[in-house]
Design a protein around this ligand. Structure first.
Ligand SMILES: [Zn+2]
Length: 597
């Protein structure tokens, strides 16, 4: 089992000091929703009456907090371009503080994604809000993209006393109050991707893979970017005060607005104190920046509510990692035919392989997670396979072009599946066959029961997309013989019983009596070797057209004989027509049937 990284997503804390008005550069738009995660009576739900202040018309504490959030969300919403909605799951809670210092808030991405369609860099982590904007669809489903916490106790005894929140929207916070809108703009930026996912204390990256932010971190001492470094070199770089700089083209183009806080080549310095300031180092601009920047580790009192040039470099940095200004949201790639459980692709036989893709695939409502580490995946496609025999089967994605997830279930609806147990007793959910994650394809092995239909999901870890090769092989399996449609002696005419359309005597003749209300003709045909067919994989074709199968079963007392009742359709022409029965992809002899119209 693996622990691929969620624990590594750091919560970015923000120490005190404070900050001010709004200017939104409105190209663009993204819808940002605040999800209230507070309990009744707390935080956003605090009903304490308050007077409206600074353009915030709320008359309860909770409503004023929510208004400030929505105001900050509208500033980012007018700046960013995103088709999918961005959801910020927010709550108010006790955060670390003393009489003189406090964590105002913290925020971060809820998950990490890579190798999705339109990702600017391959094998690079992205925050889900940015991944969604680039992909053009919601890679992480209904889960919030950003989670954020804010200090409930600020300004009270023992928690940065006499420095309460300012809930006004006009940036007129005065010398002693902390401007909530400014803090929100800062924290939302972290959640949008203004953050390194590298552990700045030990230099490790999630799964050894850099984030988009890290690709622009340059150390002037070594001349290396963070992805080019070893873990130890990143540890050294994170405390290389004054020499860790941002080397992205948009920031460099806009950095003229800084009169200080840059290196000799004009590249803005990042916050890299020695010793490391865990949670703050690397993921902020250096404190020497002038004019003061929103994304310094401490909030300055003279900030505006601007996140763009000519005041601020926050959006310039976000553009470097992939956010777009004023561009059209991309068209999502089309979904593959077997995206949904109900449209699973049928695979047949003792062994084989089939090519596919999960590009454009989505997660369904109430779909189980297919990863053993509960990774949400997000791009699943479905296959179904009916075991031809009893025996151990191995199913793999060997040869696929991305980091697959593979899981096998039984059950008939996507929200009511039972995961199969492997021969070693563990659930049949696999991320990587290789515990060191060099080979990121997947495989499961389980004891299959003849006739059981197995549901196979192929997804991508962290939302990864690409080409699939699905392989299956059952040991001690010999393909069941094809079914044989029984025919009349010395002809190809199927042994069949037409439906009864009228009856007479010994009852009184009362007229026509229809076998069924729709008056279509039913034909019962007889076969051998139907075996353990289920309705899922049994098909009857007449003249190449699939017939509706109404009933099937064994003929009592006749060894190996089965019957199948089909309803004829108006689409059949008259004449002598070919008839076949197919079970699990194996087709019978071709019999004939005479249709007189
Ligand atoms: Zn911060």
């Amino acid at each position: 089992m693996m622990t691929k990284l969620f624990s590594k997503i750091r919560v970015l804390a923000l120490a005190l000091v404070l900050g001010l008005i709004c200017s939104s550069s409105a190209f663009a738009s993204a819808t940002i929703i605040i999800e209230n995660a507070d309990a009744a009576g707390v935080g956003f739900n605090d009903t304490t009456p308050v007077a409206p202040i600074g353009g915030n018309a709320g008359t309860t504490l909770g409503q004023q907090r929510l208004n400030a959030f929505q105001f900050a969300a509208s500033i980012w919403g007018a700046t960013l371009t995103s088709g999918p909605t961005i959801t910020v799951r927010a709550r108010w809670m006790a955060l670390p503080c003393t009489a003189n210092t406090a964590t105002l808030g913290s925020a971060g991405a809820t998950s990490l994604w890579r190798n999705f369609t339109n990702a600017p860099f391959a094998n690079t982590w992205y925050a889900p809000a940015l991944a969604n904007a680039l992909l053009g669809s919601d890679i992480n489903g209904s889960t919030a993209e950003i989670q954020a916490q804010f200090n409930l106790n600020l300004g009270t005894t023992g928690c940065l006393e006499n420095r309460p929140w300012y809930y006004g929207l006009d940036n007129n916070h005065g010398p002693n109050r902390i401007n909530l809108v400014t803090v929100l703009l800062h924290e939302f930026a972290h959640g949008l991707g203004f953050a390194s996912f590298t552990d700045e204390e030990d230099g490790t990256q999630p799964q050894g893979i850099p984030g988009a932010y890290d690709r622009f971190l340059l150390d002037n001492t070594t001349g290396k970017t963070w992805p080019q470094m070893t873990d130890a070199e990143r540890v050294a770089s994170a405390i290389n005060d004054g020499n860790l700089v941002w080397n992205g083209p948009q920031v460099l183009a806009d950095a003229a607005l800084l009169t200080s806080g840059k290196d000799s080549s004009g590249r803005p310095k990042l916050f890299a104190p020695n010793p490391v300031d865990s949670g703050s180092s690397v993921s902020h601009w250096d404190r020497s920046a002038s004019p003061n920047q929103l994304m310094e580790p401490n909030i300055s009192t003279n900030l505006t509510h601007s996140v763009t040039t000519p005041q601020d470099l926050t959006f310039s940095m976000l553009r470097d990692i992939g956010w777009c200004a004023g561009c059209a949201p991309p068209t999502p790639p089309p979904a593959p035919a077997n995206d949904n459980f109900a449209a699973a692709q049928t695979i047949n036989g003792c062994s084989g392989n089939v090519a596919g893709t999960n590009t454009g695939a989505t997660r369904e409502t109430n779909e189980p997670r297919h990863s053993p580490d509960n990774n949400v995946g997000g791009g699943s496609v479905w296959y179904q396979w009916q075991a031809p025999a009893n025996g151990v089967v191995t199913i793999t994605t060997a040869g696929s072009g991305y980091d697959t997830l593979l899981a096998v279930y039984t059950g008939t609806s996507v929200n009511n599946l039972s995961v199969v147990l492997q021969t070693d007793g563990t659930p049949a959910k696999n991320d990587d066959v290789d515990p060191n994650h060099v080979d990121t394809t997947s495989g499961v092995t389980f004891n299959a029961t003849a006739g059981t239909v197995y549901r196979i999901a192929v997804d991508g870890w962290g939302g990864s997309r690409g080409n699939i090769i699905l392989n299956w092989s059952q040991s001690n399996c010999s393909q069941a013989p094809p079914p044989a449609v029984l025919t009349e002696q010395a002809t190809s005419r199927a042994v069949a019983v037409d439906s009864v359309t009228q009856v007479k005597g010994p009852f009184p003749i009362t007229g026509f009596f229809n076998f069924s209300a729709d008056r279509y003709t039913r034909v019962m045909i007889f076969t051998s070797s139907l075996g353990t067919a289920s309705a899922v994989d049994l098909a009857v074709h007449i003249n190449g057209l699939p017939m509706v199968i109404e009933t099937f079963g064994t003929v009592p007392g006749v060894n190996q004989a089965s019957y199948i009742t089909v309803k004829l359709t108006d689409l059949l022409p008259g004449g002598t027509l070919p008839l076949t029965v197919t079970v699990r992809g194996v087709t019978s002899n071709t019999a004939t049937i005479d249709i007189v119209k």
